[in-house]
Structure formats: C-alpha cells, structure tokens
Design a protein around this ligand. Structure first.
Ligand SMILES: Nc1ncnc2c1ncn2[C@@H]1O[C@H](COP(=O)(O)OP(=O)(O)OP(=O)(O)O)[C@@H](O)[C@H]1O
Length: 266
C-alpha cells in the first residue's frame, strides 16, 4: 500500500508578533484527499497558522512546504505555481461589489490564464453550478444572501480546480440551515473534485460533520491531531474545555491573563 502523500508539511513553525511568540514550534501535515479542520479558541493562533500556510506571513523559524515546495526558499516562479494550485475562501466572502457574480468567479482565470472569453464564461458558470448557483452569474453581490455570497466566493476559490482548498470560518454569520448546506458542499468538493481541504472553524458541529481529521490549537501549541472520534475521546482537559465550550478565561484570574497577554520571551 502506498504511504499517504502530504500536500502540506509544517516543521517547527514559530511565529512572533513583536516580542510575543504566538506559535511555539508547530509540526503539522495534511495528506492528499483529506478534510482537515483546525480548531481552537479565540487567539489560539489559527489565523496566524493559516497565513503561514498561504505564504502571506514568513516563518521566523521553521518551515512550511506546500506540494513539497519550501515557501521560504522557493523562487517567485515556483511560488506562483504553488498559488495556482491552491484556492482560498476567506471569512466574509470578499466578493468585489462592482463586479457581477460571474465576473467575480472569473477573476482568477483572467489573472492566471490566457483562456479566451467564452471559455472563461463557461468555466465560471460550471463552477457556479457546482455550488448550486447556476444561473446567478449576472447578479450583483449585493443581491445575494449571506449564504449565497459564501458559495459564490467558494466558486471563485475553486475556479482554477485547485488541489488544495483553504476555507476560513465557513459558518461565520450563517444560520444553522445555511451553514449545514455549506458543510454538505465542502464534503462534495472532496468527494467529487478530490480536493484536499483545510478548514478553520469555531463551529464544533460543523467540524465534527466535515472533518476527516482535526488539529486542536491552544495558545500557539498543537494539543492533538486525530480523527473526530479520537479528539472527542481525548482525556486532555483543554480539549474537553473546548468541546464543552468552557472558556479558559473564566478559569484564570485577571493578573494571570494580563501576564499571558503581555508576556515577553527572551
Ligand atoms: N498583527 C498582530 N499583531 C500583534 N498580535 C497579533 C496580531 N495578530 C494576531 N495577534 C495575536 O496573536 C495571537 C494569535 O492570534 P490569531 O489571530 O492567530 O488567533 P485565532 O486563533 O485566529 O483567533 P480568532 O479565532 O479570535 O480569530 C493572539 O493573541 C492575537 O492577539
């Protein structure tokens, strides 16, 4: 049997803001074909990790490899090649309000390919169909509901057929039914389009539904990576706090909390 191929490899990643360390030597790998959910309380370092995975923030130390390419050592050309193979759907959707839905979805094709106009239009419409927005290409973003904006942003993120898709807080601001629809869509992308998907989310229900594996971050450290069942069964107190929505802040006094926020490291 072939060993699983990691599309993402992170070794001993550290991140600092000023004199404060917010990622403490994180090791992290994601194999092809899996949906990995990154979970953690507010301020645990999820967004910082995501920004490093996307190459938007350079590691102070440690390394991040996507498709085997070390982002710190790669040439501009190699980085561009990596970027063409990843899709990103950020919180809020971030559609350009002055463009139609179809034009928004087509943007990456215009930027990264030399395809002719009619091919671009067909590919954009196909991706709108994948996210159940077939026929909505001529609407403006302001005419869409919150859930539809998310799906349109997802269509744009997958228009180049990325092997690796990053999804930041898919459920944020959505009602439970719309959020559940989006979960189904994420599962479909993995199964039908064979994408590898990394999702950052606060939503436990959504995480348990879509994840093949979950990585739990806490104060810049990975507490565990495992299957949904393994994470649920963990006897780690912090993990159980998160799963039972017991915030850490209520368990520490104000002085200790302030000290942690202003902590300086040599
Ligand atoms: N630009 C920045 N400058 C200074 N500190 C920052 C900056 N961005 C994040 N931090 C701090 O780094 C720590 C990790 O933040 P990060 O945004 O990665 O966490 P998070 O898990 O994504 O949180 P949330 O779920 O609230 O978005 C937090 O303590 C945060 O205050």
């Amino acid at each position: 049997m072939n060993a699983p191929v990691p599309l993402i490899e992170v070794e001993q990643l550290e991140a600092w803001y000023g004199r404060r360390r917010v990622l403490h030597g994180v090791d992290f790998a994601v194999n092809a074909g899996e949906i990995r959910v990154i979970m953690g309380g507010s301020g645990s370092g999820k967004s910082t990790l995501l920004r490093h995975l996307l190459g938007l923030q350079r590691p102070v130390s440690g390394r991040v490899k996507l498709f085997g390419v070390d982002l710190r050592e790669a040439s501009e050309r190699a980085l561009l090649d990596v970027r063409k193979r990843i899709g990103v759907s950020f919180q809020g959707g971030a559609l350009l309000t002055s463009l139609t839905v179809g034009e928004n979805v087509a943007l990456p094709l215009r930027e990264h390919t030399t395809l002719d106009e009619s091919t671009i239009r067909i590919m954009s419409r196909l991706k709108l169909e994948v996210v159940n927005l077939g026929g909505f290409q001529d609407l403006m973003p302001s005419q869409l509901s919150g859930g539809m904006v998310k799906r349109a942003a997802l269509a744009r993120a997958i228009v180049m057929d990325p092997r690796l898709l990053f999804f930041d807080e898919p459920s944020a601001g959505l009602d439970p039914v719309v959020s559940a629809e989006l979960d189904e869509l994420i599962l479909r992308l993995r199964d039908a389009l064979r994408m590898t998907i990394v999702v950052v989310t606060h939503e436990l229900e959504s995480a348990f539904k879509i994840a093949d594996t979950i990585t739990v971050l806490d104060q810049g450290n990975i507490l565990t990576t495992g299957t949904v069942a393994a994470v649920r069964a963990s006897d780690n107190e912090r993990i159980q706090d998160l799963l039972n929505r017991r915030p850490r802040e209520v368990q520490v006094d104000a002085d200790a909390y302030l000290k942690r926020l202003t902590e300086e490291e040599a």
